[in-house]
Design a protein around this ligand. Structure first.
Ligand code: MEV
Length: 331
């Protein structure tokens, strides 16, 4: 498990960070309720080297047009030389699997290394600040997973505190949850979605009179789900996944394609749900023991893009141990 700092390193350098899937509590976490997020073994790698003066990736507007680059460069590279940034991702984009959080974490790790290194706590804050400024809404769950790795709970009791975040309005505490040694299957529906739009739509839905009661239900299911993962109780965890899916459908972020993928996987799983913002994006299912490939095949036959995933215990890191063995990002 990576909990050490990002060391100093000279350009050119490369950093990577894992994608994620949310097991319980997405959307409700934005409103301060519990979440369980898992860093998965699908990484995003970012290579950074000096570029053409006045340009980012050859584009004179590159440093300002893209909100992620704009925020990262403003916050972490003020007064710095022009850069070229290459991104290599195994995480499908806009799929609910944390590609933007992993990109923020890897880019922040690379820029911070080139500016003398950074503690992991500070890196988590930097990655969240970049994603939040670019998206305008959201919780630090995705970036916490990309920086901290493994299973992390937010706003739930129990376990060692890993990170604490505040955005002035709300605070979140991320804690370590032990790995129950399960494989999961995530699958992209092929329907891209916007996190910011889905978060805003759910915010409107939760402002209805039954909103507080719905949030309480999200909280109960997430707390029971987290307890089931801690207890390595697969059957209970599966039931909580299904209950969480019902709640997500109630607040309007499921989609017939997601329901069809979940239905196709059903004979091989103990439970499943959409993962991430929903309204498209991806599902996550917990297979019956030994039936990971069966679940993946059933989902693929129904038109999804499945990945059998394991937890990625390491969060954001430079590629190459001490900065002396880095992939050449220009290669
Ligand atoms: C997106 O991956 C998860 C949401 O809860 C938004 C957020 O927490 O930032 C929908």
């Amino acid at each position: 498990m990576s909990d050490g700092p990002i060391p100093p390193a000279d350009l050119p350098l490369a950093a990577r960070a894992p994608g994620k899937c949310i097991l319980f509590g997405e959307h409700a976490v934005v409103h301060g309720r519990p979440e369980l997020v898992l860093a998965i073994d699908l990484p995003v790698q970012v290579g950074v080297r000096l570029g053409t003066p006045g340009r980012l990736n050859g584009d004179p507007n590159g440093a300002t047009a893209n909100p992620y680059y704009r925020t990262a460069l403003e916050r972490l590279w003020a007064g710095g030389a022009s850069l070229e940034v290459r991104v290599n991702s195994r995480v499908p984009r806009s799929a609910g699997l944390g590609s933007s959080a992993a990109f923020c974490a890897a880019l922040a790790a690379a820029l911070s290394a080139a500016r003398g290194g950074v503690s992991r706590t500070e890196l988590a804050e930097r990655a969240f600040a970049i994603e939040r400024a670019a998206q305008g809404v959201g919780s630090p769950g995705d970036t916490a997973a990309a920086v901290g790795g493994g299973y992390l709970s937010l706003n739930a009791p129990g376990g060692a505190e890993v990170f604490r975040f505040t955005d002035g309005e709300r605070s979140w505490t991320a804690r370590r949850v032990p790995d129950p040694s399960w494989s999961w299957v995530v699958a992209y529906s092929g329907l891209p979605r916007s996190t910011a739009d889905a978060v805003r739509a759910v915010g409107v839905r939760l402002a209805a009179p039954d909103g507080p009661a719905l949030l309480d239900e999200f909280q109960r299911v997430a707390e029971e789900g987290i307890a089931a993962v801690r207890a390595e109780d697969r059957t209970k965890a599966g039931r909580c996944l299904d209950e969480n899916q019902t709640l997500l459908a109630t607040v309007g972020v499921s989609h017939p394609r997601l329901e069809a993928l979940l239905e196709a996987a059903r004979p091989a799983i103990v439970g499943g749900k959409l993962t991430g913002a929903g309204a498209g994006g991806s599902i996550v299912v917990l297979p019956q023991p030994g039936r990971e490939l069966d679940a993946a095949r059933r989902i693929a036959r129904a038109g999804g893009l499945p990945f059998v995933v394991r937890p990625e215990p390491n969060g954001a890191a430079l590629v190459g141990s001490a900065g002396d063995d880095l992939d050449d990002p220009s290669a």
